[in-house]
Design a protein around this ligand. Structure first.
Ligand SMILES: C[S@@+](CC[C@H](N)C(=O)[O-])C[C@H]1O[C@@H](n2cnc3c(N)ncnc32)[C@H](O)[C@@H]1O
Length: 202
């Protein structure tokens, strides 16, 4: 994360926000009322995307040390649908309260340790209702293989930061989700060797 003016700024969000929005437009229904974003980061995705879904409350969340950054984007956006971040740290805090129709998380599965990914998915199995959709954006491996040399280099860089981080296997994620009652609806190819995985709870 670098800084432009006073607000923390993630250049990757500028590059991927439109293509993720296009996917969310296909996933979010007019009857949906609440979306939970896990690992909101700077808050840029929320600020860019939420105004396209005026019927929806967009609940941001992250570790407490990212809340000031998220709030600085929210303060500037003045978008009442976007809610002040809640403290959701997978493995340490309880799942955010209330009912969610959609869960969206970008670039978190390769940051969290696999054990935390498992905990997060178990939370989804417990707290999300039938019909809830989960949209996961990020890089994935297929058949234990990297899909590009840039993803392989990225994985190496991730491991240097934290040996528990790393690009996850698509098949392992689908299997984990299935164990918690989620069916894979779509696996959408995204630019820069990323994917958007769309699941729905049975
Ligand atoms: C690479 S950033 C992605 C941020 C944003 N979603 C994006 O795409 O720019 C990873 C995010 O996951 C969050 N994160 C890391 N560990 C987490 C945990 N245990 N529970 C919830 N979020 C976590 C980080 O604080 C960070 O905001």
């Amino acid at each position: 994360m670098s800084k432009v003016t006073e607000k923390p700024y993630a250049p990757a969000c500028e590059r991927n926000q439109q293509v993720i929005l296009d996917v969310l437009k296909r996933v979010i229904r007019s009857s949906d009322r609440r979306l939970l974003e896990i690992g909101s980061g700077t808050g840029q995705h929320a600020v860019f995307m939420a105004p396209h879904f005026v019927h929806l409350e967009w609940q941001t969340s992250d570790l407490i040390n990212n809340h000031a950054a998220i709030q600085s984007w929210l303060d500037e956006a003045q978008c009442p649908q976007i809610k002040t971040p809640v403290h959701y740290q997978v493995g340490s805090t309880s799942f955010p309260e209330g009912t969610f129709d959609v869960v969206f998380t970008a670039n978190t599965l390769h940051i969290m340790a696999w054990q935390l990914v498992q905990t997060m998915v178990i939370d989804w199995g417990i707290y999300l209702n039938s019909g809830t959709r989960v949209v996961i954006y990020g890089p994935f491996n297929y058949n234990h293989n990297f899909t590009s040399s840039s993803n392989e280099s990225f994985n190496q860089w991730l491991k240097e930061q934290n040996s528990d981080s790393g690009i996850r296997d698509f098949e392992a994620v689908v299997d984990l989700m299935s164990q918690q009652g989620f069916n894979l609806r779509e696996d959408v190819a995204m630019p820069a060797n990323n994917r958007c995985l769309i699941f729905e709870k049975c």
